[in-house]
Write a protein that binds this ligand. Sequence first.
Ligand code: C2E
Ligand code: CA
Ligand code: CA
Length: 749
Amino acid sequence: MNRQHAADDDDLVFLAETPDGQKPDGTAAARAVWRVLIVDDDTDVHTATLFALGSLEMQGRPLEFLHAYSASEARKILAAETDLAVILLDVVMEREDSGLQLVRHIREELGLCDVRIILRTGQPGYAPEMDAIRDFDINDYKTKSELTRIKLYTSVATAIRSYEQICAINASRRRLDRIARAGSELMLAHGLENFAYGIINHASAIFEMPNNGLICMQAHGEDQDGELFVIAASGRYGTAADAALDSRQHERLHHLLQRALREQRNMFDADGLALYLGSHAGRHFAATLDAGKPLDDIDRSLMEVFCRNISVGLENVLLVTRLENFAFHDPLTRLPNRTRLKELVDKALGSHARSDSTLALVDIDHFSETNDALGHQFGDLLLLGVAARLEKHLGGQLIVGRIGGDTFAVLGDASLVNPTTLLDLFCRSFRIDGQEVQLSATLGLLRLDDYEGSGADALKDAEIALKRAKLLQRAGHVYFTRSMGVDIRERVRMMHALRTAIDEQEMFVVYQPQIDLATRRPVGAEALLRWKTRDGNFIPPDRFIPIAEYSGLIIRIGERVLREACRELIRLQELGFRDFSMSVNVSQVQFRHPHFLDMLKAVLAETGAPASRIELEITESIAMEDPDLLIDLLRQIKQTGVSIAIDDFGTGFSSLSYLQRLQADRLKIDRLFVTEITNASRGSSIAEMVIQLGRNLGMSVVAEGVEDERQAAILSALGCPLAQGYLFAKPMPFDQLVGWLGNGGNGGN
Ligand code: C2E
Ligand code: CA
Ligand code: CA
């Protein structure tokens, strides 16, 4: 970057009032002169130049001259001055090459690239090489005898014009850079409000405007004169934040913003500036900023670029916020869901208040009968009634959530989370849909005080207590005790069986094809592990993988799956399926193992499998642990050429910036969200949000668990590129996969 502009001193430039039609440029603009440095050891040349040019104006500005009578004097001036437009430079001074040496110094050492240089020489024999003229970006070369007044004028005028253009281009380029950087910095903002304040701050910095700004949104669909809600406001608008924009107090602004929103474009009006920031998730967004100066065409075009950038960022922030909401809240009651509760219990377990805390599960008795008898709608109202009562009486001090159908959870101080208080809440009847309904509840409780497991374990154990309570009597309660814990013996038995299973080759890998939704052609397969015991029973991975993880056996098993998948990939390539890829599941425990990366590299080397055709699937829950370590590991994995997919995406959620830092290549939409897609209205399904997010972030997306044509059609319409599921093929042994592929992806099921 040019030294003249390396610091933000060019910022001053644009504050200057420039006469009409003038482009802003070097700092000299502040004083509205062009600074010209004359370097010549002949004093007559200085006088003559002044005589020739001294009284002239160029582009409406006078010239200001600086004088150096030797190259060394010129160096001193150059070291101190920063906004020279033109240097008129003598070639021969102290030495024959003083002029050219000075040019080298200016361009290479000082890094001044903008200033225009005109070389002058008394003797034609001392003409510089053409190379020098090109390499050092010399504007003009003249022998002094050629330089008539007119020619000198033309030469300097041309140089000044080109200096002016260079400055303008550089200024725009710097601003484009800042716009791009603002885009990625804003990605780190968490939530809409922070993002909105970030927009104001970045815009006022980039466009050198006072920090008076306001961002608002308007719900669409309704009448176009709908209220504008102010999300962020700064400076003189500060008091407008977090409320509807007062159309009387801010009449002209209100009008301008409405127009920008209606016409969906930026408004540059004498009254002010209204920027249209796009329409996302059912709302339109617009901003206003005080320009504080007239804006020229370049400012306006840059602002358009800024707005387009921001609009994409805004969409991402909204998508993530909504996904987060979906991931952590129960859609019916808006209470924290199971995923969120796990986190909250973890937090409680880590806090000093844990000694007094209890987790209670509140299960409504005979709910399913009521639901069946009176219908879903009534059931929903009932759940809402219970949620409201729990919230009303406990919500202020305790955490209330819903972890499943008719099971609520309450977490907090034991003085409130106890059977007496909780069951008392059900003494009064509930008024549902005009009817009085008497409900009762059964409780499973767990004291956090000396509890040893995680939040997830605590929920499971509280469920065990609840199950016991239900067996004993309805409307009763049971506290969890350690003796109720998951049957340790069962676990140990399974662990032994697993160990022999590995040795006795009871385990094998099956492959489920992934297809391109548009062409229905196979693009790859996911390797899935199977365990068939000697007596011919299949044990599902969901049962044995947790035990393999718990016992550490997953390290060996996982390595095997990877090796096998790599080998089979090579075989497929040999059979001519060259573009085929393999996805391999990697569990958290494997990932955390210190030798994981070495193992991966070794397997790749040993099997010769092309890394670019291997994908590792990690779950979001891995993704959330110890971010910095994980990011670093993923980076190293990606260096091998292997790509990364985030499995079960949408079931738990980390921030957008984090997702970006992970640099994953692909998102897998969890089957759960594919299942619900046929019921969801357009624009409201998680699958749709994930697809959009993937598109915005440049990530590929694959939907899993696609079971019927309707789902496939919807996914396809939403722009989901890839899919996997029983509709296309079930997981199958390798030989069968080969047959299926040979058949062009038909049959073989
Ligand atoms: P996952 O990674 O989410 O795998 C997808 C699961 O959905 C597979 O179950 C697959 O058979 C099933 N599936 C595929 N299409 C459909 C469909 O259209 N409908 C329905 N209902 N299900 C479908 P699977 O094979 O039982 O695996 C269960 C989980 O076990 C996997 O979930 C994965 O988390 C884990 N797993 C399987 N193999 C491995 C492995 O080699 N290593 C590790 N670490 N985990 C594995
Ligand atoms: Ca998977
Ligand atoms: Ca999955």
